[in-house]
Design a protein. Structure first.
Length: 399
């Protein structure tokens, strides 16, 4: 019985075992991994620049909010130091009790004489609008003033500190930057300030004090603020002097900011809008200032904060030839970008209409004719501003 039953039971089959993938399966897996890796690399490549741009935009907005807090506190926007009359009027307004010595000291720091020159303390020297430039003016205002209403610059917590042992409070060479400033409008990262480190072993002296490293020829206590060390700094323009100028040899030199970044010249001016100024001169402009006012500036009643973007450069174009051979109008006529169109405006006094000021060699920030520098058209596009939504190229209107 049991034996018959066993005869009808199915035979046992040994389990099948696999020791490895087949070649086809391996190729499929490798292909999938390759596809996923390519997708991941592409995603990361696009995400990283966007994240960096977002960080720059956040910092620009933080600086702009600091300027607005300044205006709320003092009832006036800070000057960009293009015009001394505006600077002096501003500080007399916001500090009615300011000591005359404070303004005298600030003027000496902003004249055309080196602070350490033997001639600095003798006579009166002309005001130099580049001594406190558009990048330095931003940090001068946002870093905070002293609570002492008579001595907002040199009082406790102000932007200037007298070096230990000095007694002459009128000599600008005896002051350095105060890293313990108070009442700041924004939380500044000290590591991003262009400050020269002291030699701790030498003690604090005229030759060994906290000064700036952003100027090649000047030694002053006015630092700039950079996103990174090899970048141009953030720049501030005050609407009262967007079209400001000084006369140099009888020629108008218009407001702007210039520096040298890793050996390369770098320039920026206040940005124009695409809107024609209804109050502009007609039938000929007569001067650079009149010509540039053919269009309204962006934020024409407040200010502009500008960032050089991810490449750390504002650009080369600063006048009609841009340093690179553009010959629209007069060779030294100042040049301005328009936002958001990316058009280049040449402030040529001989033009008779707003459209006659627009360069025909540039569209949407792109150079359409030859320059001696092939990289000139790559600089302006990734700039950011307090009025932009993103980078200038990302904000271009749809075609």
């Amino acid at each position: 019985m049991n034996a018959r039953t066993n005869l009808h039971q199915p035979a046992r089959v040994a389990p099948t075992t696999r020791s490895a993938f087949t070649l086809v399966e391996m190729l499929v897996v490798i292909s999938i991994i390759g596809i996923l890796s390519a997708l991941s690399i592409a995603a990361i490549t696009s995400v990283i620049p966007r994240a960096k741009t977002a960080a720059l935009r956040a910092e620009v907005q933080s600086l702009a909010e600091g300027i607005e807090r300044y205006q709320s506190k003092y009832g006036d926007y800070p000057p960009d130091f293009m015009n001394w009359s505006i600077v002096e009027r501003h500080y007399r307004k916001i500090f009615p009790d300011i000591a005359a010595s404070e303004l005298q000291l600030l003027y000496r720091m902003c004249d055309d004489e080196l602070d350490t020159s033997t001639d600095q303390m003798t006579g009166t020297h002309p005001y130099d609008p580049t001594a406190m430039d558009r990048a330095e003016a931003l940090i001068w205002a946002l870093g905070g003033y002293s609570s002492d209403p008579q001595y907002p610059f040199t009082g406790v917590g102000g932007p200037l500190a007298l070096i230990p042992g000095a007694t002459d409070t009128t000599n600008p060479a005896l002051y350095h930057y105060n890293i313990d400033r108070q009442n700041g409008m924004v939380d500044l990262d000290v590591q991003k300030l262009s400050l020269r480190k002291l030699d701790d072993s030498a003690g604090v002296t005229v030759a060994n004090r906290i000064t700036t490293t952003d100027d090649l020829s000047l030694v002053d206590p006015f630092p700039v603020y950079r996103a990174r060390e090899d970048s141009a700094p953030y720049v501030y323009f005050d609407s009262r002097t967007y079209d400001g100028f000084v006369l140099v040899g009888g020629t108008q030199v218009m407001n702007g900011y210039s520096s040298t970044v890793e050996g390369d010249a770098d320039h920026v001016r206040p940005v124009l809008s695409d809107s024609v100024n209804p109050n502009a001169a007609t039938g000929g402009y007569g001067s650079y200032s009149n010509a540039v006012n053919a269009f309204l500036f962006m934020n024409d009643r407040s200010f502009q904060v500008l960032s050089p973007g991810l490449d750390g450069r504002f650009g080369i174009v600063v006048d009609a030839n841009g340093g690179d051979g553009i010959t629209d109008g007069s060779d030294d006529a100042p040049a301005y970008w328009q936002y958001p169109s990316g058009t280049l405006v040449i402030a040529n006094p001989s033009a008779t209409t707003p459209s006659g000021l627009k360069s025909n060699t540039v569209t949407r920030y792109n150079i359409t004719t030859s320059y001696s520098s092939t990289t000139v058209d790559t600089f302006e596009k990734d700039n950011l501003a307090s009025f932009s939504q993103s980078t200038f190229d990302n904000d271009l209107p749809s075609q």
